[in-house]
Write a new protein. Sequence first.
Length: 117
Amino acid sequence: MGPFRHWEAPTGYKPYMSFGVIQGNLGLAGYRRFYQPELMLDYSECTDTVSGYPVSIQAWRTPNGVFRNFRRSDRYDVFAIWEVRPGVYAHLTGGTDEQPTQVLMLGAVRAWKAQAR
């Protein structure tokens, strides 16, 4: 697995992105986030190929998911998972309080590149 291409968040945005690895045999569908209509507004999902790997990508808006300065606001979330070799899955989770940054996170997922070893 290789690094993401360089990308920068716009000034003032406070996103987070985390990367992890899962070992198991449930397949891409088995590790996706479970869709909860009341908690995952504006939900979308797709299956794509990124850097030669099948990837499941999900995006949604979590109502009142951010609490800052004594105010609640919505959080824009991203979850993507790749099977990088049989039974080994890389996943990325991200969240932000601004929808344009969610689009940037989705761009980071699609820009992922694997390095040959």
